[in-house]
Each structure stands twice: as structure tokens, then as C-alpha cells.
Design a protein around this ligand. Structure first.
Ligand SMILES: [Zn+2]
Length: 63
């Protein structure tokens, strides 16, 4: 029996083994993750804005 291997997860930031219900090993990693997500959101919004500008320019120049 493999009862010694309990279900566990890994910290989304540093990869440390943590209890299955947790996402992070510490408050520090939680904060790091939050700021990472914030940056990612800004990048995604910037990309959408750029796509919007490209489409607008394309429509304006094709007529
Ligand atoms: Zn961690």
C-alpha cells in the first residue's frame, strides 16, 4: 500500500511541496504571485489594445 504518499500540491511560485488544499508555501509567495498576475494582466490588456489599434488601422486604410 502507498499510504505514506499523501496527496500534496506544489507552491505555484517556488515549487515547494505543500498541503493539497494550499496554493502557496508562504505569504511571501502569495504576494509574489499576486504581483506577477497584475503584471500579466497589464501585458494582456496592452496586447488587446495593440490588436484593436491594428484592426482599426487596417479598416481605415483598406477603404
Ligand atoms: Zn513558495
Amino acid at each position: 500500500m502507498n499510504e505514506k504518499i499523501i496527496q500534496h500540491s506544489h507552491c505555484s511560485i517556488c515549487g515547494k511541496a505543500i498541503p493539497f488544499s494550499e496554493m502557496f508555501c508562504s505569504e511571501e509567495c502569495k504576494v509574489k504571485y499576486a504581483s506577477m498576475m497584475k503584471k500579466r494582466k497589464i501585458v494582456i490588456y496592452t496586447m488587446y489594445a495593440l490588436i484593436g489599434v491594428i484592426i482599426t488601422l487596417y479598416i481605415l486604410t483598406s477603404n
